[in-house]
Each structure stands twice: as C-alpha cells, then as structure tokens.
Design a protein around this ligand. Structure first.
Ligand code: NAD
Ligand code: DAU
Length: 357
C-alpha cells in the first residue's frame, strides 16, 4: 500500500521534532505543499524554519489547534489530504507543575484535530486521506531492568504529560474504530538533535557545560532512556504516513539505551575535548538533585514491527549523532542565545507582522 501526500497539514511544526520533520519531508517531497499550523508557545521557534522562507510550497499559519473553525478552514481551503499532528505540550517537568494546559492542548486539542479531520475526510473533498498522531513511548509507563515496549504493551502512563498523550492516543483509536477514519499512530523514544529546546536533558547539558553552570541530574542518575536522532524519527514518520495501513500503531526507536549519568558523562567528555578543557573538568559540574516525582525508571522500545513492515532502520549511530549534535549547538550559539534570552519570540512580529508572541 502506498499513499501519496499532496497537501500536508503539520501541527506544531515550529517545535523541535516538527521543524526537523518539515525540513526532512520537504527535501524528500518537493511537490507536496506543507502548511504549518503552530500557535508559537514558548516551545515554538520560527528560527528553526528560516531556510524555508520564500519556498512557495511552504506556508506558516499562526493559530491554535483548539480553534476548530481555523482547522476546518485550512483543511478545506488547502485541500489537505494528510495531517501530521505534532502540536503538544511536551515537557514532563512542566506537566507536574501545571497539568491543565497539557489536558487542554494534548487531549482536547487532539480531539478537535480528529473531529475536524473526520468531517473533512467524510466530505470527500480529497479522494484519500491520512491522519497521523505523533505520540511517545511514555504512554506505556515504566519498565524494570528487562523487556521492551511493543505496540501491544498496555498503556500505563505515569505523568500528567504521558497521561494526556495516552488519552489522545485512545481518541485516535476511537476515531478509527468508531468512524473508520484512516488514522495512524506512532510512539517514539527520546529524540535528540538540532533545534531541541534547552529545557530537555541533552541541550540543557550542552548549554550549561559551555557556560560552566551546574548539570542537574535527577535522583540517582540511573534512569534509562532510549535515544534516537530526530532525523531518523522524521524518516520513520514519513514511511508510516506513506506505507502503513490505516488504523495501525508503530513504535519508533533505535535500540540505544543509556543511563542518564552515562549520557551526562559522555557529553561532558566530548565537550572537554571541543572546548579545550582538561579531561574530567566538565564532570565537576555534575550536581545530583531531588528526583522528578513519579520518575519513570526505564524506557526501551521494540521497533521490530516498523523494521519488518516498512523496512525502516536508523541511519545515525549514536556516536555520530551525538557528536554532530554537540557540534550543531557549538556552531549555532546565536540560535541558543536567542532562545535563552527570549529574543526568538520577536521573530513572528518582525517577519510576519503579527502580534508579539
Ligand atoms: P516541542 O515542545 O518542541 O514543540 C511543540 C510545538 O507545538 C511548539 O512549536 C508549540 O508552539 C506547538 N503548540 C503547542 N500547543 C499548540 C497549540 N495549542 N496549537 C498549535 N501549536 C501548538 O515538542 P517536540 O519535542 O517537538 O514534540 C513534538 C511531538 O512529538 C509531541 O506530540 C510530543 O509528545 C512527541 N514526542 C516527543 C519526543 C521527544 O523526545 N521530544 C519523543 C516522542 C514523541
Ligand atoms: O520518551 C519520549 C519523551 O522524551 C517525550 O515524549 C517527551 O516529550 C520528551 O520531553 C522526553 O521526555 P523525558 O522526560 O524522558 O526527557 P527529558 O529530557 O526531560 O529527561 C530525560 C531524562 O533525564 C529523564 O530521565 C529525566 C532526566 N533529567 C532531565 C532534566 C531536564 C535530569 O536528570 N536532569 C534534567 O535537568
């Protein structure tokens, strides 16, 4: 089965994964029109997409996925035949201090995206249609020392963030089961790479090391995450969109488990070398801090279904990916400083003439 996206609506395309996906997808599919709907929360950064300015196949719309009339208008006017829904509140720590926006964006926002997509699909403005929900391995909860999450693992989310993503996934399932809507659902492990907001572990480490600030390690540092380069994620999403059967769920992961403390040590050592510091100097910045409440112990993805059905496997080794990522941050210090100073939030107004973000 092969589906041909001709007019794609991406939500949350100004964020970390969404922007990397748009770059990757548009390079591979120059004939497809891409509409990026993003309301530019603190995590949305149009500087991630400057390379696409002037590209007639790309348009940015500043708007909220919770605005049903806006979503309906875009689907109809642009004759959208595929939706890839990234937009979300994505940071676990923020969901602990303020869960409400997670429910509003991730659950209610997804319901609006689904409902408007259902009406558009049923109106038969386009002959074929796909709705792809971008989700996370966190919906499965936490693993012990062994085993892997498969697509059959029951949902057992533990944080307000992951609970909101699990709620959204169940709505996606319901729209397929109830209405026969051609939905797809991917669940990926931790991503790393360019344009990652420096509240998340890897870009936070790089930023703090450069600035000789403490490196906060939660709890005992022995929690395990399974890391995948964001461009490998982007390629997997494209494969699922084009090749997967409606109603299917795919895990995405690179079989690359790391204890947090080992990642911290690795990034310290690679930056010792690049910054011309003595071996071990950056490790002195490591500071063990109070654990994250409900901190999931281990994630590990079994992505064999994706490999078997669609022939996907990651192109990056972790060694190459982490080295390139560190170099990207070193080479793009202006991007980092505009994020940390907040200057990136003025970009919409200066380039699109709209209200301040
Ligand atoms: P991000 O926080 O970097 O970006 C989220 C984007 O969504 C931002 O541009 C933001 O402005 C936009 N947004 C938020 N609320 C919106 C709304 N109401 N209307 C329109 N736009 C809105 O997130 P990310 O890390 O790129 O994650 C993208 C998706 O991938 C999320 O659904 C997340 O759950 C999922 N995911 C992330 C990871 C990861 O490691 N980061 C792994 C697996 C899955
Ligand atoms: O697994 C996929 C998920 O990965 C995505 O769904 C989320 O959107 C994404 O944010 C990410 O969630 P994590 O909570 O795993 O990522 P984070 O970078 O926040 O933390 C990674 C690990 O590092 C986690 O065990 C917590 C720990 N940590 C994090 C930070 C920010 C620290 O020890 N210190 C820190 O300062």
């Amino acid at each position: 089965m092969s589906f041909n996206p001709t007019s794609l609506l991406v939500t949350g395309g100004a964020g970390f994964i969404g922007s990397n996906f748009i770059h990757s997808f548009m390079a591979n599919n120059p004939e497809c029109t891409v509409t990026n709907l993003d309301c530019l929360t603190y995590a949305g950064n149009l500087k991630n997409l400057t390379a696409l300015e002037g590209n007639r196949k790309y348009r940015f719309i500043r708007g909220d996925i919770g605005d049903a009339a806006l979503v309906a208008g875009l689907l109809a006017d642009q004759r959208i035949n595929a939706v890839v829904h990234f937009a979300a509140e994505s940071h676990v720590d923020r969901s602990i201090t303020g869960p409400e926006i997670f429910v509003r964006t991730n659950v209610l926002g997804t319901q609006i995206m689904l409902e408007e997509s259902r009406k558009h699909w049923q109106s038969a403005v386009v002959s074929d249609f796909r709705y792809l929900q971008i989700s996370t391995d966190e919906v499965y909860g936490s693993l012990g020392d062994t085993g892997y999450f498969t697509e059959e693992t029951p949902l057992a989310a533990n944080s307000p963030y992951s609970a909101s993503k699990a709620g959204a996934d169940l709505l996606v399932r319901a729209y397929h089961e109830t209405f026969g809507m051609p939905t797809l659902n991917t669940r990926c492990s931790n991503n790393y790479g360019p344009y990652h907001f420096p509240e998340k572990l890897i870009p936070l480490l790089i930023h703090n090391i450069i600035n000789k600030k403490p490196l906060p390690v939660y709890g005992d540092g022995l929690n395990v995450r399974d890391w995948l380069h964001v461009r490998d994620h982007a390629v997997a999403i494209e494969a699922v969109l084009k090749q997967a059967s409606p109603g299917s769920v795919y895990n995405i992961g690179g079989n690359n488990e790391w204890k947090n403390i080992n990642i911290v040590n690795l990034v310290c050592d690679l930056l010792d070398e690049r910054l011309g510091r003595a071996y071990g100097e950056n490790r002195t910045l490591i500071t063990f801090v109070k654990d994250r409440p409900g901190h999931d112990r281990r994630y590990a993805i079994d992505a064999s279904k994706l490999k078997h059905d669609l022939g996907w496997s990651p192109a990056y080794t972790f060694e190459q990916g982490i080295a390139e990522t560190i170099d990207w941050y070193l080479d793009n210090q202006e991007w980092v400083s505009e994020v940390t100073s907040g200057a990136y939030r003025d970009y919409y107004q200066s380039h699109y003439g709209g209200g301040a973000a």
